[in-house]
Design a binder for this molecule. Structure first.
Ligand SMILES: Nc1ncnc2c1ncn2[C@@H]1O[C@H](COP(=O)(O)OP(=O)(O)OP(=O)(O)O)[C@@H](O)[C@H]1O
Length: 247
């Protein structure tokens, strides 16, 4: 089991020139949390993730992973995007292995992890297939298996299922929950979809309109498996919708 990372944003502020995007944000994500982040279009969700991975230099404040400034050599962070990020010239198993090759994992362990995660996402029968032979959901499964195989302490997911149809999205949401429960990784999942946030998240971080700050940090105690038609689910979904209506 990988150990999930603790994340703290302390007075986090990010400007692009005069444009204030992230405005004095403060919150903490506990180790091993499954956090969904929802916010209006263009509020700065991607800017936040890019700041977290040091792609952008923040203007002031701090982002800490396990109480230390982010250091990607030390903190094992993986990223899954909305777009297909597989390598077209590699097979399914080679794509999953790719993440391990760059992390310098011992050969025997690499083989075991590729088998384990390929199996969990249901791609073992397709191991020799190339990306061009796969559907959109299978491609996302490759990315998910590749990310989890590196046993990240923190997994960042930026609207990974936004382009998938509803049935596939439900399947992949369940796979994510299974993997999260099996690994103990901290997951930050960005989405525009309120139902998805309530279905997945143990916590839900609701952001305001730009300049973005924390509107609410909600607990989601609904037991799993969650039923999207149940009274409690609909109640919580409506509560989140009401909070979001007034960005
Ligand atoms: N490199 C940059 N230079 C200047 N402005 C930027 C840059 N990156 C983002 N911005 C601005 O910051 C704001 C937030 O953008 P960002 O892409 O982080 O939002 P988002 O919440 O991820 O958007 P979406 O909901 O569309 O995914 C936007 O106004 C955008 O124009």
């Amino acid at each position: 089991m990988s150990r999930g990372a603790n994340i703290k944003a302390v007075n986090l502020t990010k400007k692009f020139g005069d444009l204030l995007v992230l405005d004095n944000m403060n919150f903490e994500v506990e180790a091993g949390e499954l956090l969904c982040v929802v916010g209006p279009t263009g509020c700065g969700k991607t800017t936040f993730l890019n700041s977290l991975t040091n792609l952008y230099q923040i203007t002031s404040g701090q982002i800490l992973i396990d109480d230390e400034p982010v250091d990607l050599k030390k903190h094992n962070v993986s990223y899954i995007f909305q777009e297909n990020s597989t390598m077209p010239w590699l097979t399914v198993e080679e794509n999953i292995r790719f993440g391990l090759d760059i992390k310098k994992v011992a050969e025997k362990e690499k083989k075991e992890r590729v088998e384990e995660f390929m199996e969990i996402v249901g791609l073992t029968p397709y191991r020799k297939f190339f990306p061009r032979q796969l559907s959109a959901s299978m491609l996302q499964r490759v990315s998910i298996a590749r990310a989890f195989a590196t046993k990240p302490n923190l997994l960042l997911m930026d609207e990974p299922y936004a382009q998938l149809d509803i049935e596939l999205r439900y399947k992949l949401e369940d796979e994510l929950i299974k993997l999260w429960e099996a690994t103990g990784t901290t997951v930050m999942f960005i989405t525009h979809n309120i139902e998805e946030a309530v279905y997945l998240g143990r916590k839900i971080l609701i952001l305001t309109n730009k300049p973005t700050t924390v509107k609410t940090f909600l607990d989601n105690p609904l037991p799993r498996p969650r039923d999207i038609a149940s009274e409690e689910f609909v109640k919580l979904r409506n509560q989140v919708t009401d909070l979001i209506k007034w960005w």
